[in-house]
Design a protein around this ligand. Structure first.
Ligand SMILES: Nc1nc2c(ncn2[C@@H]2O[C@H](COP(=O)(O)OP(=O)(O)OP(=O)(O)O)[C@@H](O)[C@H]2O)c(=O)[nH]1
Ligand SMILES: [Mg+2]
Length: 504
């Protein structure tokens, strides 16, 4: 897999800009650039020192046509992004010059890079580990300052160091256990208490990292938050108030919003993907039916639902139905229009609804009995099918339902709402300031490691043989090694890098 054939790609976004860059990396990167580059003073790129910039023109060697006026940077291996020779041609940033220069480069011996291939080479050539390579993409895609900070911490290797240190502890523990397999006759008596102490330390650190992932994953992916409710309750007004600009159309006619509107919002550093939806009601035409169905799908797919009710009206059947459908753990009831005389009375409704949701022993909120739909788009009109039977593992404490009163029109109560959004998103925990796990792949690997450590501890408690115990530790080592790319399969590598854009 280690290749140093020369790859090339446009490294800047498609479109019109001041400059656009063609990047070459590999054995012949500088030679190929030299073939099509002409310096007015006749300078040769091949003979240059590393990290120099040259002014000149890209000229088609076949017909001497000038393609563009450029600056070319030369960087010699190994102190480069890929640890290979790199040439970067700074052209004018338009699709035409970039494409023509790229074609010339390809004609003169380079191959078009695959998505993420530059970064993949940086990984394969040992400049960065896998978690750092993944962080390259996260830095590019970071949505808020806080997301960016977490990504840069990962890119600079802070996260990897933590994983490596933890892996070292596991290696040590494995060595102790395996020494006993190899030299059972020695005096190295397997000291259960020492082993327990080491293992529980590892477990604790794993747990901490896993716990940080709730915050971390939101930082990386954004919290999908859907604004849901009947027509005219003020959903679009709420979107506009949160964004502090008139993004969505607001009228006093019910049914104004017909499609999904998505925007990004930064609440205390948490990236929120906020989704305004069409009001939910019995639809009158095909477009409205589609709109309502999209709203319900958005509600199901959301990490958090802002269920908006109109405080100036009595509770409507649709409100009740929506409240029943929504999981209290991920729903905030937003009572809007508190600037008007209030008619809404939630007491009975809330009692009835909240009593349908319970917490299980893992603090997950679950429906208390069959009959509450947790995933069917057929809210309005259709008959209710009871697909979700949750067996009776419910504990007897009721799930809490958060309520916030606002006026989207007068912009009151918005700060409290934002606070409640953050609190719900982080499950009431404070935001993490230490090393944070932002990537679902990493969380899964950590959970696998943790599970193996649990089985290991069980084995220790049952006095199982060191042979058996070492198998669990080897599994744990494999799982944690996947994060930084020590034990990662070719398939996973390809999947990771295919998410990159070409030129990165
Ligand atoms: N008095 C008062 N009126 C509000 C408030 N929020 C929204 N409205 C008004 O309620 C009407 C409906 O607002 P929208 O934001 O369009 O409601 P919506 O829920 O998006 O409606 P659909 O898109 O039709 O589902 C408009 O006339 C708003 O000005 C509020 O806090 N107080
Ligand atoms: Mg609307």
């Amino acid at each position: 897999m280690h290749t140093d054939d020369t790859i090339a790609a446009i490294a800047t976004p498609i479109g019109h800009g001041g400059i656009g860059i063609i990047r070459l990396s590999g054995r012949d990167a500088i030679k190929i650039a030299d073939r099509i580059f002409h310096s007015p003073k006749g300078k040769s790129l091949k003979k240059s020192f590393s990290r120099r910039i040259f002014y000149g023109h890209i000229i088609n060697p076949e017909n001497n046509e000038i393609i563009d006026e450029v600056l070319v940077s030369i960087m010699h291996a190994p102190h480069t992004y890929t640890k290979e020779d790199i040439a970067e041609i700074n052209c004018h940033g338009g699709p035409a010059p970039l494409r023509r220069v790229l074609e010339l480069v390809l004609k003169n011996g380079a191959r078009l890079a695959e998505p993420g291939e530059f970064t993949k080479r940086a990984f394969l050539n040992g400049r960065i580990d896998l978690a750092q390579a993944e962080a390259v993409l996260d830095v590019i895609n970071a949505m808020t300052e806080q997301s960016g900070k977490a990504a840069v911490e990962q890119l600079s290797g802070g996260f990897s160091k933590k994983i490596e240190a933890l892996r070292d502890k596991l290696v040590e523990l494995t060595a102790i256990v395996e020494a006993y397999i190899d030299f059972p006759e020695d005096d190295t008596e397997l000291s259960a208490s020492d082993i327990r102490k080491r293992a529980s330390e590892i477990e604790q650190e794993l747990k901490q990292l896993i716990d940080s992932s709730r915050h971390g994953i939101i930082l990386r992916e954004g919290l999908k938050t859907a604004i849901i409710g009947r027509p005219n309750v003020g959903k679009s007004s709420l979107l506009n108030a949160l964004l502090e600009r008139d993004r969505a159309i607001v009228t006093d006619l019910p049914g104004t919003t017909r499609d999904i509107i998505e925007e990004y919002l930064d609440i205390n550093g948490l990236p929120i993907k906020i989704i305004d939806t069409a009001g939910i009601r019995k639809y009158r035409d095909i477009a409205e039916k589609e709109g309502v169905e999209r709203s319900l799908r958005a509600m199901e797919g959301a990490d958090l639902v802002l269920l908006v009710l109109d405080g100036s009206e009595e509770l409507h059947d649709t409100d009740r139905e929506l409240m029943e459908k929504s999981n209290p753990a991920k729903t905030i009831l937003v009572i809007n229009k508190i600037d008007l005389p209030q008619k809404i009375d939630l007491k009975n409704a809330r009692q009835a609804i909240v009593s349908q949701w319970f917490k299980d022993e893992n603090e997950n909120v679950i429906p208390a009995k069959a009959g509450i739909q947790t995933s069917s788009p057929d809210l309005i009109g259709g008959t209710r099918t009871f697909e979700h039977w949750v067996p009776g593992q419910a504990r007897n404490d009721k799930a809490e339902q958060k309520i916030v009163n606002i006026s989207a029109l007068k912009v009151t109560g918005l700060d409290e709402l934002k606070g409640t959004i953050v609190e719900t998103a982080l499950h009431g925990k404070a935001a993490y300031t230490t090393t944070i796990v932002t990537n679902v792949r990493h969380v899964m690997a950590l959970e696998k490691t943790y599970a193996s450590m649990n089985s290991f501890m069980e084995g220790v408690n049952k006095n199982l043989s060191p042979e058996f115990l070492s198998v669990e530790l080897r599994d744990a080592l494999d799982a944690i090694g996947e994060i930084i790319g020590i034990t990662t399969s070719e398939d996973i590598l390809n999947k990771i890098f295919s998410n990159f854009c070409i030129g990165k």
